[in-house]
Design a protein around this ligand. Structure first.
Ligand code: BGC
Length: 743
């Protein structure tokens, strides 16, 4: 079908020269390639950011910028550039996007083979670069809901709004696994568990891209990022070295990508860092042997921002840019996110002519790029989804529900739901910025002028709408300057909701030197408590920050993991008990600033020095502030379970009975873990292997049958292969532990 459509569309194409090894090919991509010159091919492999292609005004800050036809003509027609990305520092309206894409399309039609441009964008939590788009929770918030169906719906709706903006390709989802809470891109991930992140990522991919090889006009291509091992930096900082043993790489960092590639992902973006001293952009082992050979990936591997440049001017494994170009392309890169000059195609052409890069490598990449363009229907022209779907009620309802489901009730000394209207304060109470985080209207998401103010309420506004009184706490997150009623000596009898945490940040801008928040925030919490108030904390942050010394002052604490535009409404609703918060932490919340031990650690990781030679565990030193999977509810739950079979040949079947024994309806998630008692590789104390989720009214009970395939109990053995080892295991469901055997 694809071939027929393409041939029909190609009748209007004026073919040029016909002299390439692809001339024998009888498929649509091959036919097109046989008519392309080397210049066109290296141009296809080039991606520029839109910024140098825009009209500049006097001070360079024209908002919104318009496409500059001369610059676009030079890039697209003279240099055959195949792809463009992103925006210039701010979002566009749908109309501005439409105008830009029309211009790009009309100029592309002047290219010798009229090959359309593949436009890509960071649509990270909705199409966050289009004004008025629906902004959903960031991935860490989606993960806190443990809801793969919701993730799929968010993917679907984001795809529709992205297509309405004329864009067919998103640089999303992030499938790095966040095992170090210092990492500034922690919040862009689905958290600490490789297993949970794999389920979420595969589901989101199916939602955003659909499940057919040919992507229809309501779906867009995903880009899984950042392949591979990006989140495991030694320093905890962005784009710094990682040293990852092969077993660790395969066990923790590869499966998320494998799952989404199995789900059909069309493109991947490469990790800007280096692993074991080798920049990933220069690693043939990762980009070709693993990505293509093992995972069977057939789509486009695009670099991250300027990463071929960085091979010589940052990583220093190449002597100059040309050397770097040859290195990256030979390693397996298909497209370079250059992002703003035209040296790349020129140098790549020279590399081919001088025999530094084989023509077969170019053809392979161009074939992949053209195939994705065809799969996206770019040659036929796409039909824009109905404009009425943009930020429609259904999408807003999903975003609100997702925001509600992302909230994690960390602590509650019977203070919540609120019984009377409280005072509200704190540096993150009255802005949408800390609710959305970065990739919101701009890269850093920190421009208050661009936020959707007026359309959706902040925490303070949503609380005021429910009778609360808001007092500012000072200029920013670094000061505590009480105002109004908060200045009076005694706050006895008052309940004060204190919103605190992080401002928005992205990539290196979010690097931190330690896990502590600004001191003024701790002072604020202590001060309010010491003056007699009941303190309800609302922590807005994309990663756990240290609250060890103030945790005691909270009578209740709600964690809001970047819930998006509807976070204010969701938080106020949760505090007033309009719904029951049900999120569960998708990461371990450390108590000590340097104790970053994940939930799936080994026995010895949590063993005190006092542990005796008998091998007993000693006094556990694993004492996080809150455990992975922690999250309270306004109702009470009982969980019982029974194994259907205790000997596993193909699958383990367990029945889990969950009852709502309290007085409020709600959702409840029960993670299911296993422990391998004896294994050839030191086993973890627990591994996530499944979860059960219910939504029940008071007094209601539900029995969930989980069928857990034998492969879920696999480990990466001494020869770095996934194997299921026979032997005794334990299954942990809530408080209950069951023995079972793998045969
Ligand atoms: C980030 C990517 C992003 C790209 C394009 C890079 O700096 O690492 O995640 O997709 O920019 O904006």
């Amino acid at each position: 079908m694809r071939n027929v459509l393409f041939l029909a569309a190609s009748l209007s194409i004026v073919w040029t020269s016909c002299s390439s090894p692809e001339a024998q090919s009888d498929d649509a991509v091959g036919d097109l390639m046989s008519k392309m010159s080397l210049d066109e091919k290296v141009g296809e492999m080039t991606q520029l950011t839109i910024w140098p292609l825009l009209e500049a005004d006097d001070d360079g800050l024209l908002m919104p910028q318009r496409g500059d036809s001369t610059k676009l003509y030079d890039a697209l027609v003279n240099h055959h550039v195949g792809s463009i990305l992103n925006v210039e520092a701010h979002d566009y309206t749908v109309d501005q996007w439409t105008e830009l894409h029309k211009l790009i399309a009309s100029i592309s039609s002047l290219k010798p083979n009229k090959i359309p441009v593949l436009y890509g964008i960071d649509a990270i939590h909705g199409i966050n670069y289009t004004k008025g788009a629906t902004l959903y929770p960031q991935q860490i918030g989606q993960a806190a809901a443990w809801d793969t169906v919701m993730a799929k719906t968010i993917g679907e709706q984001t795809a529709i709004e992205t297509r309405i903006s004329g864009i067919p390709w998103a640089f999303s989802p992030v499938l790095d696994v966040a095992r170090d809470p210092r990492w500034p891109r922690f919040w862009e991930t689905y958290g600490e568990s490789t297993v949970l992140a794999s389920w979420m990522g595969a589901s989101y991919t199916r939602g955003m891209q659909g499940t057919d090889a040919k992507i229809d006009d309501n779906h867009i291509a995903v880009s899984l990022k950042h392949f591979l091992g990006y989140s495991a930096s030694v320093t905890g900082k962005d784009r710094t070295q990682a040293w990852i043993a092969e077993r660790q790489l395969r066990r923790y960092y590869l499966p998320t990508f494998a799952a989404a590639i199995d789900a059909g992902a069309k493109t991947v973006m490469i990790n800007s860092g280096d692993i074991n001293g080798i920049p990933v952009h220069a690693s043939k082992e990762i980009l070709t042997d693993i990505l293509r050979g093992e995972l069977g990936f057939e789509g486009i591997a695009v670099t991250d921002w300027a990463d071929i440049h960085y091979l010589f001017n940052r990583h220093r494994v190449a002597k100059d840019y040309k050397d770097a170009v040859a290195m990256a392309i030979n390693a397996g890169i298909d497209m370079s996110m250059v992002p703003d000059d035209l040296d790349f195609p020129r140098l790549l052409k020279e590399c081919v002519e001088e025999g530094l890069v084989p023509m077969s490598r170019i053809n392979e990449s161009v074939r992949r790029i053209l195939q994705v363009k065809m799969d996206l229907g770019l040659f036929e022209g796409n039909v824009r989804p109905d404009l009425a779907l943009f930020n429609c009620d259904e999408h807003k309802a999903t975003a609100l529900k997702a925001a509600q489901n992302s909230l994690v009730l960390l602590k509650n000394k019977n203070v919540l739901p609120l019984k009377k209207a409280p005072l509200v304060t704190g540096p993150t109470a009255n802005s949408l910025i800390p609710l959305n985080g970065a990739w919101s209207h701009s890269w850093q998401g920190d421009n208050p002028g661009l936020a959707n103010t007026g359309k959706v309420p902040t925490i303070a506004e949503a609380m005021e709408a429910r009778g609360a009184t808001y007092y500012t706490s000072g200029e920013d997150i670094n000061v505590w300057e009480p105002t109004g009623r908060l200045r009076t000596a005694s706050l006895k009898g008052e309940t004060v909701v204190v919103a605190f945490g992080e401002w928005s940040y992205c990539e290196g801008v979010g690097d931190i030197e330690d896990m502590f928040l600004p001191a003024a925030q701790y002072e604020m919490i202590k001060d309010i408590k010491e003056r007699g108030a009941t303190v309800v904390g609302v922590m807005t942050a994309g990663r756990p920050r240290n609250i060890r010394d103030v945790e005691q002052y909270f009578d209740a604490l709600l964690y809001a993991p970047l819930p998006g535009d509807f976070g204010g409404e969701a938080i106020a609703g949760a505090l007033f008990g309009e719904f029951n918060p049900s999120g569960k932490l998708p990461f371990t919340f450390p108590r000590q600033p340097s104790a970053h031990i994940t939930f799936d650690h080994r026995v010895a990781d949590a063993m005190s020095v006092a542990a005796g030679p008998s091998g007993d565990k000693g006094t556990a030193s694993f004492g996080p502030q809150f455990e992975f999977g922690h999250g309270l509810s306004y109702t009470s739950w009982t969980v019982t379970s029974a194994l259907v079979n205790a000997e596993v040949n193909e699958e383990l079947v367990v029945n889990i009975t969950i009852s709502n024994t309290g007085s409020m309806s709600g959702k409840h998630t029960v993670p299911v873990y296993y422990e391998d008692l004896v294994a050839s590789i030191v086993p973890s104390v627990k591994n996530l292997c499944a979860f059960a989720q219910v939504d029940l009214v008071p007094g209601e009970q539900s029995v969930i049958e989980l069928r857990i395939p034998r492969e879920r109990f696999a480990l990466v053995d001494a020869s770095n292969k996934w194997v299921v080892e026979e032997g005794d295991m334990k299954l942990m469901v809530g408080e209950e532990v069951h023995d079972f055997v793998i045969n």
